[in-house]
Design a protein around this ligand. Structure first.
Ligand code: ATP
Length: 450
């Protein structure tokens, strides 16, 4: 089902996924803090990306460059001159807008007259060292990509890899967005997951198509419904200064289709610029053909926060049953903050030791939670609402037969399994095995839970 942003913001706050930054001081606009569950979700998103982009491939390696870079970097990259948005002010209500977000030269809020557009650079400036003078100005990076380009030669020289080769990086980026908002969709501080994939000119089109498909499927594999995703090619006047061709993977957010990830053909723009500004040779020698050339770059560039938001929105569901409203997040098990919750049927003293033992064993392998407060039905609901795929219930029969119940979030189906088989069974179920397949010694139980 479709959920509006307000409901998602409220769930995220109520359950400890995401809080407004510096909330006790009234908040800092477009900056967000990830709470105990949010940080797990975010780590799971970056881990899933890292697995598919680096660990499971031979042609991509990792990098973690510093946020602060030599100021010449941003002159060479074109960001000092070109990373600007046209900004207009409303003469009546004083609100500030990106000119692209206004229609007919009128304020979208009050309809008032707007000022002429002024160009506004989106990079945050700060001072490097103790002297506050123009010479000491550095920028907080607005993308992680430049840290990769300036390290291209270092990586090539130290890895003994050949092209095509990708360099992957996850890290914070900062943009002084004019109209930030829509929860964590557009922030002033956010996190990016970027690959710069260096290829031989002539093979670039093939690789662009490859990455479009690969990246689109990544979101689908992690549970986003295909009908809520689409590819859109940038028109010529939308293209960033460095891009020859660019596609957006768009998601149907509550405010409409919007960019989730950009996949750009950056040509040799960045390496050529850095070679010129640094005076260093950044060309590549191809041992197979004996040629020397500047590689072309295909860049899949995704936002961690925006992806997390899309995963949350797409997972949201509500069901009405005899107990009332069941809110649940159908998060993919790889993304779910808590993989398994251990719930003794009640706080009866006889059940607690066994429940605690099961919990102690499971938490060694899975992100687990123990909960014995309130009725079992309420506890299932709490776990459903944060997307926990499996709950383990320990009841009085468990004390006799050493079996526990596994309850699945989506279907609410339950099976009984011997404690000795629990870890192996959960591993199989979390990696996609249906609950109907029983472990050795397991048995169907009474069907469905509430
Ligand atoms: P937009 O058009 O939405 O401003 P962009 O085209 O400037 O985005 P890119 O430079 O292509 O964005 O950035 C790559 C990805 O980084 C985006 O697809 C998005 O997921 C993420 N991203 C960019 N800006 C922000 C932001 N202000 N807040 C959160 N994520 C962002």
């Amino acid at each position: 089902m479709k959920v509006d942003m307000e409901k998602m913001v409220s769930l995220c706050k109520r359950r400890g996924f995401i809080f407004q930054s510096s909330e006790i001081y009234g908040g800092l606009s477009a900056c967000w803090d990830y709470g105990p569950l949010g940080v797990e979700l975010k780590n799971n998103v970056t881990a899933a990306w890292g697995r598919s982009m680096v660990r499971e491939r031979d042609d991509v390696v990792g990098l973690d460059a510093s946020i602060l870079m030599h100021p010449r970097t941003w002159v060479a990259s074109g960001h000092v001159a070109g990373f600007t948005d046209p900004l207009v002010d409303c003469k009546v209500c004083r609100q500030r807008w990106r000119a692209d977000d206004t229609k007919d030269g009128r304020c979208p809020d009050c309809g008032g007259e707007l000022t002429e557009p002024r160009m506004f650079n989106l990079m945050f400036k700060t001072f490097f060292g103790p002297v506050e003078e123009e010479a000491a100005v550095v920028y907080l990076r607005p993308e992680t990509a430049q840290g990769i380009f300036v390290n291209f030669a270092n990586v090539m020289n130290t890895t003994r890899k050949k092209l095509p080769l990708g360099i992957a990086q996850i890290g914070k980026a900062f943009r002084n967005e004019i109209t930030a908002g829509n929860f964590i969709f557009r922030d002033r501080e956010f996190e990016m997951m970027e690959v710069e994939f260096f290829v031989k000119p002539g093979t670039d089109e093939e690789w662009l198509n490859y990455w479009l498909e690969e990246r689109f499927n990544w979101y689908v594999k992690l549970g986003i419904k295909r009908e809520n995703l689409r590819l859109r090619e940038h028109t010529k006047d939308e293209l960033a200064h460095y891009a020859r061709v660019c596609y957006d993977i768009e998601y149907l957010f509550p405010m409409g289709w919007s960019e989730l990830e950009g996949i750009a053909h950056r040509g040799d723009f960045d390496l050529a610029q850095h070679a010129q500004f640094s005076g260093k040779d950044l060309s590549y020698y191809d041992p197979d053909s004996g040629e020397r050339f500047l590689p072309y770059v295909i860049e899949p560039s995704a936002g961690v926060d925006r992806s997390a938001l899309a995963f949350l929105l797409d997972a949201y569901d509500e069901e009405l049953d005899k107990e009332g409203l069941r809110v649940l997040l159908h998060l993919h098990p790889d993304l779910a903050p808590i993989k398994v919750a251990v719930l003794p049927l009640s706080r009866n003293e006889a059940l607690i030791p066994m429940a605690k033992d099961v919990y102690a064993e499971l938490r060694k392998c899975f992100m687990a939670q123990y909960d014995d407060a309130q009725s079992i039905g309420r506890r299932y609901r709490r776990q459903d609402e944060i997307g926990t795929p499996f709950c383990i219930t320990i009841d009085f029969q468990s004390l006799e037969d050493n079996q526990v119940t596994i309850r699945e979030r989506d279907s609410m189906k339950q099976i009984r399994v011997p404690v000795a088989e629990l870890k192996r069974t959960l591993e199989a179920k979390l990696s996609g095995e249906p609950l109907d397949i029983l472990p050795p010694g397991g048995s169907y139980w009474l069907g469905f839970s509430n």
